[in-house]
Write a protein that binds this ligand. Structure first.
Ligand SMILES: [Zn+2]
Ligand SMILES: [Zn+2]
Length: 355
């Protein structure tokens, strides 16, 4: 991706020379995330174009320099099928890392496929191989998980997990998830596993709502097939008129925010996780939506290492059907088409498969 708005190009980059602690993977599958669409529109700041996109990927270990175990302490060797945490370089000693305990906000943090430029080397998943710097947390796929199980969830898996963790869900809490893309589907699946009571997903189109029910939603509501009043009535009906204990926003659409506040019960928790990029402002009523409502409003920006480790373990334990989220596979010469299909919502999850 040479610059925002430009057609994607296929480039040849030199093979890496591995330094101690580094890992070289052959990419088996990478994903197209909504963030990649935003990258192509130039909506993220600090992106050093040209970049190799692709932040979450599954690969096969080609070579390592002195790395003998994965992030879970299991033996790691050439040929192993792995994924990796897309964030690297958090410093462990800045205010955010060391005092606040929020390494996702560390200014040193780098993200494969987003904040590395091509000049840094093979640092994105839309490529035949990727060169992981020392300190990257690599995970062997646990418990017989297949490539598609993991990449079908992609980074939405980890973001959805992080959103549910941020909600501090109590057993049997009524949960509304706004959005039925990869983040919303994962949030629904993990909210169910975390002990949600009634679980409603609001989204579109129908195939995504079918998937949401398979992930554990009790009920789905189509945005295009219902009015805002009808959706509010459905949530009130499910909660004896109180509103949802927890609302998780995973839509990326600013218009979802006022509706989310309206669906939340007094004293409920609203987690906003779908706005990784700036989609613009929206009006809320501070008195009605937050102050009078005594609402607990929480942002979820980026993921943490624990979200990756735990969501992979849950995926293996519960066999969540994320492989079925994959709607299209594209070779490296068709990445532009893959981006266009994701943007137009023709596919929920598009996969880049180099070979
Ligand atoms: Zn992503
Ligand atoms: Zn730091």
């Amino acid at each position: 991706m040479t610059a925002p708005g430009r057609p994607l190009e296929l480039w040849t980059v030199d093979d890496p020379e591995l330094a101690p602690g580094e890992v070289w993977l052959d990419i088996v599958a990478s994903e197209v995330c909504g963030t990649d669409v935003h990258l192509h529109h130039g909506r993220l700041t600090g992106v050093p174009y040209p970049i190799i996109p692709g932040h979450v990927s599954v690969g096969r270990v080609r070579e390592t320099r002195g790395v003998e175990t994965d992030a879970g302490g299991r033996p790691l060797a050439p040929g192993d099928l792995v994924t990796f945490y897309d964030v690297v370089g958090t410093c462990h000693c800045c205010y955010y890392c060391a005092v606040a305990g929020q390494p996702n906000l560390c200014p040193q943090r780098k993200v494969y496929g987003i904040t590395f430029g091509v000049g840094d080397g093979l640092r994105g998943g839309w490529a035949e191989s990727i060169h992981l710097v020392a300190g990257t947390s690599v995970f062997r796929l646990p418990g017989g998980l297949d490539v598609d199980d993991v990449i079908g969830g992609g980074c939405g898996l980890f973001t959805g997990f992080g959103a549910v963790e941020r909600a501090d869900l109590e057993p049997d809490d009524t949960v509304v998830v706004q959005g039925s893309g990869p983040v919303g589907l994962a949030a629904a699946a993990f909210a169910r596993l975390a002990g949600a009571g009634e679980l409603l997903v609001i989204g579109d189109p129908d195939p995504r709502l079918d998937l949401a029910r398979r992930m554990g939603a009790d009920r789905t509501l189509s945005v295009s097939g219902s009015t805002r009043e009808e959706r509010a009535a459905a949530v009130l009906e499910a909660t004896e008129g109180r509103g949802a204990d927890i609302v998780i926003e995973a839509s990326g659409n600013p218009a979802a925010i006022p509706e989310g506040f309206a669906l939340l019960r007094a004293g409920g928790t609203y987690v906003i996780a779908g706005h990784y990029t700036d989609a613009g402002p929206v009006a809320i009523n501070p008195h009605l939506d937050i102050n009078r409502k005594h609402a607990d409003v929480r942002g979820r920006w980026g993921t943490e290492l624990g979200h990756v480790a735990r969501s992979l373990a849950l995926l293996a334990r519960h066999r969540l059907p994320f492989a079925d989220v994959i709607g299209g596979r594209y070779g490296l010469e068709r990445t532009g088409e893959a981006l266009a299909d994701v943007e137009a919502m023709r596919v929920t999850k598009a996969i880049i498969a180099p070979s």
